[in-house]
Design a protein around this ligand. Sequence first.
Ligand SMILES: Nc1ncnc2c1ncn2[C@@H]1O[C@H](COP(=O)(O)OP(=O)(O)O)[C@@H](O)[C@H]1O
Ligand SMILES: [Mg+2]
Length: 344
Amino acid sequence: MSANGKEALLRLNHLDVRYPIFGGVMLRKVAEVHAVDDVSFDLIEGETIGVVGESGCGKSTLGRAILNILWTTAPDVEINGEVLFKRDGQWHDLISKNRRSLRPYRNDLQMIFQDPYSSLNPRMTVGQIIEEPMTIHLNMTLAERQEKVGWLLDKVGLSAEQSHRYPHEFSGGQRQRIGFARALATNPKLIIADEPVSALDVSIQAQVINLLEDLQDEFGLTYMFIAHDLSVVEHIADRIVVMYLGNVVEIGSSEDVYHNPMHPYCKALISAVPLPDPSRKGKVERIILQGDVPTPINKPPGCSFRPRCPIAKAECAEAQPPMVEQTPGHFVACPHFDEMKKAT
Ligand SMILES: Nc1ncnc2c1ncn2[C@@H]1O[C@H](COP(=O)(O)OP(=O)(O)O)[C@@H](O)[C@H]1O
Ligand SMILES: [Mg+2]
């Protein structure tokens, strides 16, 4: 898959993540949460790919699996498949690397977390927080690092004088800016932003998204932008990946997914978005989804959306439908999506 002739920077190949659940006196594995289920797609250099889906569908797990940091919070996690990162014209599988051999890649891939209140160490000054990744990963002198801290603070709309202050002295939006400065400190190529504006007031979300866009232009960054809300990613994303219960069910350009959703789940998601765009008024009928997202514990075979799908058939219980390219670059994991046309 290539967009605008640009090349892939990251390739997910049948990525699969399961959290085992232990129980009983012997603490045997009694069940598992299948959080990411056979996910494959490419990230193109310089693009912003939006990853969207309801809470619990595996977005954060996907982001953290790419960085190979899941073991820090879930030591027994089972990961299969490949996360291929292209460097110097060669593909390197990040999943197969241990902590030590991953180090050289840590500069290139950074993450921005959802919660600006818990993701910054309260005992460190802002300067120390931003400087830390440079100390660990880059060969720079103290003076060089400190100069860069000031420069980065300026880039994210804060000032060098603020480097001696502590996180609690800043607002949520400012803390998120500090998180961006820290992520940028190692000159990354790819930034995974996990719901970076969800915890912020609506009034400052747009400012923060604009800042992310400016930083992308200036530094030539590739973004994976995770959100539970389609309206947040529509403006920033070039392409959108829609997840449901660990599976990718649709991928396409922002335009395609937003204006011509194909998968029954995506149609329902889009129909739930308020309509600021008058051209869509009257064309979109609201589809109300029945029931909640089921749990991914011991997921049964077949299409994961089947229990809530208005057009489900008996055969949908057999296997998860493969992603099929319906129009150039627009993939959908539902062989029956045509039947939903009447609904919109
Ligand atoms: N450390 C963990 N141990 C067990 N289950 C987990 C763990 N982290 C997440 N999960 C489960 O994995 C599923 C996906 O979670 P997550 O990736 O956080 O989804 P999202 O970010 O889309 O809300 C959920 O069912 C969640 O409860
Ligand atoms: Mg999450």
